[in-house]
Design a protein around this ligand. Structure first.
Ligand code: BJW
Ligand code: ZN
Length: 289
């Protein structure tokens, strides 16, 4: 308890701002008791956890790329209509994620998993595609919506890791996010293509777009963690996109302790046991210390 008190003191007034109110402080102590007793811990993360690493979230004006909301470009239809534009968008996102660094929120989760490797099953279920949890050291991870550094062949279905920068010559120095920037109209033949012998199909980002099903094996792993854990942390997600938005409310219904970490309340907040307001890079290190 003394360690928590000192952590709270050090973190509650940082750069002149309080991260936890007095009520939050007492809730945090209770939440940490549940966490201590838990055998299974699931951590569901969304774009908000990477905001402090400089990666924009999806909803809201800062999420726009050129004149489009990212959710419009993240669709099979957009890729069919304009693969060059969609590849420019993902090239930009790959380069941004590559330069970004895991922040104290990602690191607190990775340290927690490592510290409790023998006593708890900790599963990180992320909607993010930026690979920052893995780069922070998280081992047991379920990537619900794919990964920016993987591609899928539209012809043979091959999924491959691809960390090339740029992913192809035609995308070098492309993808500028400025409003007034025109698309580069890169011919399809110059976009990334499959290197499998006898294939050569057009590659797409290995990302789950709107209207696409999540992979069955991924859903099974997420389901296993969510239905067996005692405690859930819901971090930096607007809880608007299904099926991920259903996981934590369902865990809460079966009796798991669920705590939300967000800078703003979400439609799911009333379903949960705790709400800790503030940037997750500040609140998670307190919760998981
Ligand atoms: C902080 C913070 C800080 C900020 N600290 N917090 C009608 C037509 C077609 C489909 C549907 C439809 N109606 C429903 C659907 C289903 C659809 C869906 O849910 N749509 C909703 C929008 C209504 N879902 C799907 O299509 C999924 N597939 C599916 O359900 O298959 C079956 C099916 C098929 C067809 C019809 C119906 C069912 C697939 C979903 C794939 C999601 N893909 C994306 C883009 C790809 C990734 C990419 O390119 O990067 O994934 S969308 C986008 O949203 C991205 C995210 O992973 C996902 C969730 O967003 P997230 O992470 O919550 O981010 P934000 O920006 O929304 O919120 C950030 C939060 O952080 C906020 O709360 C901030 O306050 C907070 N925050 N800074 C803590 N420092
Ligand atoms: Zn192929």
């Amino acid at each position: 308890m003394f360690r928590l008190a000192s952590l709270l003191r050090n973190n509650s007034i940082s750069k002149g701002q309080r991260w936890l109110s007095t009520r939050d402080t007492s809730n945090m102590a209770k939440f940490r008791e549940s966490l201590k007793a838990a055998k299974g811990v699931a951590i569901l993360s969304g774009a908000g956890i990477s905001a402090e690493s400089g990666i924009p979230t999806f909803r809201g004006p800062e999420g726009y790329w050129r004149k489009w909301p990212p959710t419009l470009l993240a669709s099979p239809r957009a890729f069919r209509d304009d693969p060059s534009l969609v590849w420019e968008f993902y090239h930009y996102r790959r380069e941004l994620a590559r330069k970004a660094k895991p922040n104290p929120g990602h690191k607190a989760i990775a340290h927690f998993e490592a510290r409790h490797a023998k006593s708890k099953v900790v599963t990180v279920i992320t909607q993010n595609v930026d690979a920052l949890h893995t780069r922070a050291g998280t081992k047991n991870i379920v990537e619900l919506h794919g990964n920016l550094f993987k591609t899928k062949c539209t012809k043979c279905g091959d999924v491959a890791i691809n960390i090339d920068s740029p992913i192809c010559e035609a995308l070098r120095d492309r993808g500028a996010p400025d409003q007034d920037f025109k698309g580069s109209d890169i011919p399809i033949k110059d976009l990334p293509h499959c290197k499998k012998p006898d294939c050569g199909g057009l590659l797409r980002p290995f990302i789950v777009w709107f209207g696409e099903m999540l992979e069955l094996s991924v859903m099974e792993r997420a389901d296993a963690a969510m239905t067996t854990c005692d405690v859930v942390l819901v971090v930096g997600t607007s809880s608007l996109v299904t099926p991920a938005s259903l996981f934590a409310p369902m865990a809460s219904l079966r009796g798991a302790v669920v705590a939300e970490f967000n800078i703003a309340k979400t439609p799911a907040t009333p379903d949960f046991s705790y709400y800790f307001e503030g940037p997750s890079g500040k609140t998670l290190p307190i919760a998981l210390a």
